[in-house]
Ligand binder design. Structure first.
Ligand code: ME8
Length: 519
């Protein structure tokens, strides 16, 4: 039986249109899901939409729609974005679904049964934009006297009856969880932040609201709806069939990794494990957080009009090109900037030149000088062995990078081999060998095909369509494209199809691309 692997994205609020930040977290999680499948795991990959709470209710009101019509519409738009980004999720969860309401009611009952829920009054600051409570000392006073949260969201004073979760009782057990599991929170800088937050002491958390109704009712408590974060986090167990622990999907719980943005690490690394422990359920193994994308160096905002629409980027540059750019341009955990200039440079230098030309040069020589017949390796030289040994070492390096979410380093390792293969072909000059030593030419071309096969196999999770195309051209059968299959060599003498370019150069048209002209 294959080992299981459960991977999730945040479920996105349906208060506005999807932007590149949402697409990014989903694509990064998708790369890991696809890599794990390629590496022999039984993967369950979940994404979806977060549809309750005051913020969504307000967005519906602003749109002049009843909440259900509004959430149906925006959720469909997020699903469309998810498809457009090539995300290979196995399920699409919406928190307005019946299965989720049932699951939340049961989670609530279990936490209440453990004695960790009490009824009181909440009085304090709340930011609807973040759907989060803040302490006075976390806020900044603006010149006009209003207060804002660390995220920049405006806060308002609320006072209402509320149920509380006894978070204060979980401080030591949370700290023990972080200490016993150093990989639970990534990257390390976020882990340190969370640990210092928890060491600073935890206050009980308000987990129900009474001043609006767009939420999941608290069992046996008329007028109370669940705090949207309790509802939202629970999506991860709902999709595994909770509370039915005989459900086939329950085998995936606990999650192996939750992908989240750096803005929501506290909810996932503090509240979520505490809720689960209180309910007597196992906690996830890892919460990994991504940094922020800026648009041409600036924070994206509706008021600045610089919000990047992922589907427009894909229409302009191509899906695989954008997926590659997002994973290559910045380290996963840190902030980075999207600019048209940077996208074009990655496409033209790394995809079209380094990788595209390598394939084209090699495969057109096989087609032209060997009638498309894949030669055997023959007797190798030290240089051949150097390239092949480096290529053989690649799967382990990329696997490690994916496991740590250092995707850019994994890609850099792959590009080291691509650059080495380009240096090799220049030095061996197989085009010249065609006249002087045809046998040697065959060996050189075979070494190149074998190195490119490793590269294309490992790049599949990043650029699925282009790499399927490249593997077709390299003569790799569809059933032999896993990492394990690399151990078995391609048969000598097979016929390779005529080569076609995989990555065209991006030539700027006189019309400016969406989002303005290239910088
Ligand atoms: O927080 N750069 O949903 P949300 C990179 N519903 N990533 C970004 C980004 C940016 N500029 N902007 C957003 C919520 N993201 C809750 C989650 S989970 C149980 C509930 C990504 O629609 C990032 O992953 O505000 C962030 O965490 C997520 O979008 C927030 O999406």
């Amino acid at each position: 039986m294959k080992p299981t692997f459960y991977i999730t994205t945040p479920i996105y609020y349906v208060n506005g249109a999807p932007h590149i930040g949402h697409a990014y977290t989903s694509v990064a999680a998708d790369v890991m899901a696809r890599f794990k499948r390629l590496d022999g795991y039984d993967v369950f990959f979940l994404t979806g939409t977060d549809e309750h709470g005051q913020k969504v209710e307000q967005a519906a009101r602003d749109a002049g729609l009843d909440p259900q019509t509004h959430v149906d519409r925006i959720s469909a738009d997020f699903l469309d974005m998810t498809r457009a980004m090539g995300v290979s999720n196995d399920d699409w969860i919406r928190t307005t679904e019946e299965r989720h309401k049932r699951s939340c009611a049961e989670l609530w009952r279990r936490i209440a049964a453990s004695g960790d829920i009490w009824l009181g009054h909440y009085e304090g600051w709340y930011a609807v934009r973040d759907e989060a409570f803040y302490d006075e000392d976390e806020l900044t006073t603006q010149p006009d006297g209003t207060k804002i949260a660390p995220s920049g969201a405006p806060v308002a004073w609320v006072r209402e009856p509320s149920y509380f979760f006894r978070l204060s009782a979980w401080q030591d057990r949370l700290l023990k969880l972080y200490e016993d599991n150093p990989d639970f929170i990534a990257p390390a800088s976020r882990r340190a932040e969370v640990m210092s937050f928890v060491r600073g002491g935890l206050r009980d958390l308000s987990v129900s609201r009474t001043t609006f109704s767009w939420g999941i009712p608290v069992p046996d408590a008329p007028g109370h709806v669940m705090y949207v974060w309790l509802d939202a986090l629970n999506n991860y167990v709902t999709a595994c069939g909770f509370p039915d622990e005989d459900a086939p999907r329950w085998r995936f719980w606990p999650a192996d990794v939750h992908f989240v943005g750096k803005d929501i690490i506290r909810f996932h690394a503090v509240y979520w494990p505490a809720f689960l422990m209180a309910a007597g359920l196992p906690v996830p193994k890892r919460v990994t957080s991504n940094g922020w994308w800026l648009a041409e160096g600036e924070k994206m905002s509706k008021s600045l009009g610089n919000v990047i629409e992922p589907r427009e980027l894909v229409a302009t540059y191509g899906l695989d090109q954008i997926r590659y750019f997002l994973l290559r341009e910045k380290p996963f955990g840190t902030d980075g900037s999207i600019s048209h200039h940077a996208i074009i440079s990655r496409i033209n230098v790394e995809l079209a030149n380094d990788l595209g030309n390598l394939a084209q040069r090699t495969l057109s020589l096989v087609a032209r000088n060997l009638d498309g017949v894949l030669p055997g390796r023959g007797t190798g030289t030290l240089e051949d062995a150097g390239l092949l040994t480096a290529a053989d070492a690649l799967p382990a390096l990329v696997r490690e990078a994916v496991e740590r979410q250092t995707f850019h380093e994994g890609l850099e390792e792959i590009w080291k081999i691509i650059r080495a293969a380009n240096a090799y072909i220049d030095h061996q000059a197989p085009w010249a060998l065609n006249k002087t030593d045809k046998v040697r030419m065959g060996t050189v071309l075979r070494v190149l095909v074998d190195a490119m096969r490793v590269v294309a196999t490992l790049l599949q999770p990043f650029m699925p369509t282009s790499m399927a195309n490249m593997l077709d051209q390299l003569g790799v059968p569809v059933h032999a494209r896993s990492i394990e299959a690399l151990a078995a060599p391609l048969a000598d003498g097979i016929h390779l199809p005529p080569p076609r370019g995989v990555f065209p150069r991006f030539v700027e048209s006189p019309v400016a691309p969406p989002g303005g002209p290239a910088a």
